[in-house]
Design a binder for this molecule. Structure first.
Ligand SMILES: [Zn+2]
Length: 420
């Protein structure tokens, strides 16, 4: 049996629905992936893990001075609720949170630019903001064609820094509020926090020559709100399914594991849980190959490597030898490779990025109707993955040193906010 981009793309079409962490839809996708694995006669199971989840039942924002107008907002999942009757406070636009801004945040509803990064959240908590406002999208967005993004106060923020009230709004509305010099507003948030279950789908094909040497292939199958996640990352999920089919029919020399991770979009929670649950076998893991985003018709191939310059040279040479154009670089990648590299397992990512205007991610445009993905483009990464997998699996001596360069270690630590 050979790999088939058509079959892969058909499975992608079947799973082209919103699959947010800890939801029924994510569970349904996991079950479908498991069924597909089992239909190839491969041993597999679902491994559950708990995620901190939240639901916002009500979120409103009304400017009360010097004019009165209500704006569309979404509450961050796991936001604090406002007191009974809501919260009335002064509004302050703190831009990029410079010291001058921070001096003015206390007790106010504070709007900032961009995403709520951990460093920003820390500053806002210390400055005593009464509530946090972020905006998403662009000032050009048409309401009928865009969504007001739903975000989450991740554990990464709340565990150490505590909870706060957090809301998100549209960029055009945020601009209007600032332009019209809003000074006071009324907000209401009713939010619940709870534990939810997310899942990794895990398959194993034992090796016949070097069963103690493990190569794992990974791809996350969850999506964010409003996004059907066909590009990010059902494309990668169906690619590793094809690789698994190939090795189900051609027994590998080494033990190959195939993992479809849940909850990647919430902070790599699936791969973190997997690594934690499989700690005792990690010293046998020679390499992790992660596929996250592919199938973009207009695009380019990129392979960030979390290992050493030696591995970069090796992968780069293999791509050239096979005539596959691919930019190979020593760098981290914000995906499930991180928890592996953190445990000393080298990782290679295979990605095909759509360029600006033809690579939509993390919103409703990541959808088959957007016309930016196709099976021929998916085949590029599929063939790349197959070439890499066959070469590595059949190597007489495993060619990748089990080592992570100091530069990558440092970047991984920073990514995971590890204290020095
Ligand atoms: Zn992704």
């Amino acid at each position: 049996m050979d790999v088939s981009a058509r079959r892969a793309f058909n499975l992608l079409k079947e799973l082209a629905y919103v699959r947010v962490s800890g939801t029924e839809a994510e569970k349904k996708a996991a079950e479908r992936l498991l069924e597909e694995v089992k239909s190839c006669g491969v041993e597999a199971r679902i491994e559950e893990f708990t995620v901190k989840a939240g639901k916002v039942n009500k979120a409103t924002l009304k400017v009360t001075k010097p004019y009165v107008k209500e704006y569309e907002v979404t509450g961050y999942e796991r936001s604090l609720s406002t007191p009974e009757g809501g919260l009335d406070a002064e509004f302050y636009y703190a831009e990029n949170l410079l010291p001058v801004h921070l001096q003015n945040c206390k007790g106010k509803i504070v709007l900032i630019n961009g995403r709520l990064r951990r460093t920003d959240y820390e500053k806002l908590q210390q400055a005593g903001a009464a509530a946090i406002l972020t905006f998403s999208g662009t000032t050009l967005d048409r309401i009928s064609e865009t969504d007001c993004d739903i975000r989450k106060l991740r554990e990464m923020l709340t565990d150490e820094l505590g909870f706060n009230v957090a809301l998100n709004m549209r960029a055009a509305d945020a601009a209007e509020i600032v332009r019209r010099s809003a000074t006071e507003m009324h907000i209401e948030v009713e939010s619940e926090c709870f534990d939810a279950t997310s899942r990794n789908v895990c398959a194993v094909i034992p090796g016949k020559e070097f069963p103690e040497e493990i190569i794992s292939f990974g791809a996350h199958y969850d999506s964010v709100h409003f996004s059907t996640g066909v590009y990010d990352n059902m494309s990668g999920s169906v690619i590793i399914m094809e690789l698994m089919r190939y090795f189900a029919a051609h027994q590998p020399a080494r033990t190959l594991k195939f993992n479809w991770y849940g909850s990647e979009e919430q902070g790599l929670l699936g791969s973190k849980a997997w690594v934690e649950a499989h700690k005792d076998e990690l010293d046998k893991h020679m390499l992790m190959v992660n596929v996250d985003v592919a199938a973009a018709t207009l695009g380019s191939n990129y392979a960030p490597v979390l290992a050493t310059e030696g591995v970069v040279g090796y992968v780069d040479a293999m791509m050239k030898e096979a005539g596959i154009p691919c930019k190979v670089e020593l760098d981290i990648y914000s995906s499930d490779c991180i928890p592996f590299a953190d445990q000393g397992v080298p990782a290679i990512n295979l990605c095909r990025f759509g360029p600006q205007g033809a690579g939509y991610i993390h919103d409703r445009r990541d959808n088959l109707r957007s016309g930016y993905l196709d099976e021929k483009a998916l085949d590029i990464t599929l063939q790349q993955g197959l070439m890499l997998a066959k070469r590595l699996d059949s190597a007489k001596v495993f060619p990748i040193e089990r080592k992570i360069s100091d530069d990558i270690k440092k970047k991984v630590d920073e990514y995971l906010f590890k204290k020095k």
